[in-house]
Ligand binder design. Sequence first.
Ligand SMILES: O=P(O)(O)OC[C@H]1O[C@H](O)[C@H](O)[C@@H](O)[C@@H]1O
Length: 430
Amino acid sequence: MDVDIGNALATEASPGISRAALERLDEDVAQAHERIQRGRANSDHGYAALNLPATAHPDTIRAAVEPFDDADHLLVVGIGGSALGAATLVDALDGDLSVHVLDNVDPAHINDLLQSVPLADAAVNVVSRSGTTAETLANFLVVRDAMDQAGVDWTDRTFVTTGDEGPLRDLAGTHDLPSLRVPDDVPGRFSVLSTVGLAAAVLDGHDIDAILAGAGEVADGLTGSLFECPAYAYGATTYALDARGAAVNAMMPYAESLETYAEWFAQLWAESLGKDGLGQTPVRTLGATDQHSQLQLYRAGPRNTMVTLVRPTERTDREIPTTDIEGLAYLGDSSLGELLDAEFAATEASLAAAGRPNVRVEIDRVDERGLGELLYGMEAACVLAGELYGVDTFQQPAVEWGKRAARGLLGGGEFEEADAVDAKTTLRIE
Ligand SMILES: O=P(O)(O)OC[C@H]1O[C@H](O)[C@H](O)[C@@H](O)[C@@H]1O
């Protein structure tokens, strides 16, 4: 993964960071790196995620999913960090299966899905670190019931990825389901390179060793200087831009297959850094499509946004047929890939021309190795940014509040947070 921060410099953009400020920030990066390395050495909560390239057990994952290699469909039942990693990998890579990620409890969507998937040909991976997340368990109960009704033995088609304890672990024990362990001290949003994200990738036919090798290369390249380490360059630059007013980070991959990656990044960035009144708002966007819907704002709206432009330097291509239609002949001399790359360069230049900060992130290809680099690189960037902000990167107390309130509303226990729902101020206009 390479990162180019030239268009984030104060000479090019406002907000921007001066070279002198970058040099000063690099001293903080060095100290943050030491804390990160210490956390990794002790496998401390959260920091342990940065060790996954070496500590994930690909053979264990392969063995656990082997009984399901006859499946044509995979239902991943999870939410947040227990869904987005798997979704990112299977959406980015050309796979063998139809993978459906059930990460919402919209009944209309679930009804449609369960009617369209031949459940006898499906494997089900229920994923929850805590084993208690209401949406995940509710969806699982619905899927299990649908399988019963379709005459499919759900216990033959289901495997579980969860922690050592909790309702899901108990369920796996009771029904003797194959199970994978969520590694200790790896928060959901940092779990893509573990059992949580990789099981779906194996079933979908992907080389998880290559994913881990790509991640490992970035891990080996973490040094105490942002000038030597692309992941830290990204984390430090985004932090510095935010401190100077870029409160929004528009993540804009120029590859359709990376659309879900932007969603994964949004959770990583928002849940990790959004605390104590700090953090940078991630926006999911897609090149070239959103040039024609959002770019106007990023180039001419408030100076509160940086754009992260991501692209593979090599991609599958397709020629544009030649045409004699007047005014369109120039298209026939090129390809869709050339057009997309031209759009990328044009957007980057147009933002720079308007003095709007942007950062370029490149991987060689959207393949297993490239994804490993990108995902690990962004995790390392996020951990570094968390150190620079001084927030507790690996907790999400604000999310837990809502979970308790919802549970209380459904009668799942006494939670004072549920009372706040009744206390809502109303000013209804009808
Ligand atoms: O894996 P689970 O315990 O089911 O948690 C799933 C998700 O739930 C929460 O809402 C957290 O904010 C997320 O960080 C987590 O990834």
